[in-house]
Design a binder for this molecule. Structure first.
Ligand SMILES: Nc1nc2c(ncn2[C@@H]2O[C@H](COP(=O)(O)OP(=O)(O)OP(=O)(O)O)[C@@H](O)[C@H]2O)c(=O)[nH]1
Length: 288
């Protein structure tokens, strides 16, 4: 199931929506639900309420036992029965709650890391596809601009970068490219590594012309920011293919395939350019 309520406007790195089989880690656990309740009530209040409930139970049990045996419980007995859960229970509950909080923080961090590409810190392929599915099938009230676009971006002659400057500079070029792209990405867009030196941008709520203009901006940003990488004259550029559809009317797989065709048309046309697969005509963008 695609979770349409996931906050799509969050800046990256962000959590993608959950999908069938998409990381159980990312789904809500019993401990995280319990922690949400504790957060609402407050740690002190939760411990007090838990101890009070234990006290009430032990008083009830003690009273039942004394009733059955015919012994009166007495004031001291009643006080002891009430206080013991507070004396013994509070430190135990503090330890358990703290442990739960640490586990929850670790779970959340693992879930976040599982959405990211290890080398670049951009979203990984699975996450960017998950966001793409959400963008293609939005709820009507979520689409003030009812279009979605997908851009596929491939580094030009990257093999040459590796061959001339070495793999470490190649890796750093990919990181630098990601930083350049993220600096220019509007908050509703999602950017991830699609394959080796190929990246995908999901662009919800932009008209096709705006999406193509954004792709052109990203191309220029990469060209400007990846000219030098750690003192090496790398001059990396990217070719980009863009495909758009009306939100709710296009399938992601189809858009990716059209964007891929446009990308390869951009490569054939000489690289370092944006080509659009859709029949709209912005000034600076070539089309196939
Ligand atoms: N350094 C580094 N190189 C990578 C990584 N992933 C893929 N590559 C390299 O990217 C290169 C891609 O080469 P090609 O598919 O031939 O394409 P290209 O040289 O970019 O040429 P065009 O796409 O036609 O412009 C290969 O040499 C891969 O080894 C990575 O994570 N780090």
């Amino acid at each position: 199931m695609i979770d349409k309520n996931n906050p799509g406007a969050a800046l990256q790195p962000d959590m993608p929506p959950s999908q069938p089989g998409f990381l159980e880690l990312a789904s809500s656990s019993h401990s995280s639900r319990l922690l949400r309740v504790i957060e609402r009530v407050g740690m002190g209040g939760s411990i007090f309420l838990a101890c009070a409930a234990l006290s009430a139970m032990s008083v009830a049990l003690a009273s039942l036992a004394h009733y059955l045996t015919g012994d009166p419980i007495g004031v001291t007995g009643l006080l002891n029965t009430t206080m013991i859960p507070f004396v013994l229970g509070a430190p135990t509950l503090i330890a358990v709650f703290s442990l739960l909080q640490r586990l929850e923080a670790t779970r959340a961090e693992l879930a976040r890391l599982s959405t990211l590409d290890m080398l670049t810190g951009a979203l990984n392929r699975r996450s960017v596809i998950a966001w793409g599915e959400v963008a293609c099938h939005p709820a009507p009230h979520e689409t003030p601009v009812p279009y979605v676009s997908v851009a596929l971006m491939d580094v030009d002659r990257f093999k040459q970068v590796n061959d001339e400057h070495g793999h470490l500079i190649g890796d750093e070029t990919l990181r630098q490219l990601c930083r350049a792209v993220k600096r220019h990405l509007p908050p509703q867009c999602h950017f991830g590594r699609y394959g080796g030196e190929e990246f995908a941008v999901i662009m919800p709520q932009l008209k096709p012309q705006q999406a193509e203009a954004l792709a052109e901006l990203l191309r220029e940003a990469v060209q400007a920011d990846c000219a030098r990488v750690q003192g090496h004259q790398v001059e990396a550029t990217v070719s980009i293919g863009v495909a758009s559809a009306r939100a709710g009317q296009g399938e992601l797989a189809d858009m990716l395939s059209r964007a891929d065709e446009a990308l390869y048309a951009a490569k054939r046309a000489g690289r370092n350019r944006v080509m659009a697969a859709t029949p709209v005509t912005p000034a600076k963008v070539s089309r196939i």
